[in-house]
Design a protein around this ligand. Sequence first.
Ligand SMILES: [Ca+2]
Ligand SMILES: [Ca+2]
Ligand SMILES: [Ca+2]
Length: 314
Amino acid sequence: MMFLAPILLLAQTPVPLQEGTATFSQVQTATFSPDQVYDGILTTLNGWAIYDTAVAGTLEETAVWETAANLPPGRIDFELIQNHGTTHLLGRFRLSVTTDSRSSFADGLDNNGDVTANWTVLLDPTVTLPAGMTYSVLADGSILIAGTIALTGTYEIGYSLPCGGVTGIRLELLEHSSLPFNGPGLHIANGNLVLTELEVSYTPHSGLFLEALNLVGGQQATLRVSNATPGGLVAIAYSLAGNGPVNANVPGCGITTLLLSPPITALPTVRADATGCAELSGNVPAALSGRPLWLHSVDLSSCATSNGVAQIVG
Ligand SMILES: [Ca+2]
Ligand SMILES: [Ca+2]
Ligand SMILES: [Ca+2]
């Protein structure tokens, strides 16, 4: 007899944005606004841009938006669309999220707006860029673009969301000496950019979901388990030897098949929050750089086991 795993169709759903708020918005040539990145309008003089006539140039600016609904842990995908032309693409930028109350940030102003909240920088992106363009992720989590710059185009940037229900998104536009006029954009004449649309979508994780973020020797990594029993304890263990499987006695759950090869090291148990999400952060020994590491987790309330994670320590 054969058992087939159920096929889960995990739909990607659009995330409506609201209350576009910015530190500065361009009014030269046209009136640009962070609200124009979710109006569905793709014409050339529409979107958010930052050329500042007061300084005859471009400075670092920030825009934030509320998500219309709370986003639990899952995958978030951003499409940053530039349809203005003449290489008005983003040069260096950083994406963050918050779980703060919507009343505490994003007041809807296009200039000197309230962009202050408890922001969590999103880490470990998946990145797809127009042909010929390249990127690097800097130590602060920002993405720096290089290569042959397209006239128009779309960046597709994906991340896994942190614990809690996300209420808002922050886009920081940052300068860098490699960019025209230090950026933050790639327009050759002044470092400007136009963000015509910011399309955001969300995909939930399937089952008890384990992931490792910033698994780099000498740095702080975060292990995250989502879809656990709210308020329950979660066990996470690792192996440097392989992905098993091995039958092990897990306290409270009995014999459990772990996707780990002995010797297995259990990390401190961690309690899931009200959304069933648990995070464990700790420093990765520098000596582990370059070595493969396997991780597995067990929900100690339901005894469900997660996906296995296999990564080379960076
Ligand atoms: Ca638009
Ligand atoms: Ca500049
Ligand atoms: Ca608000």
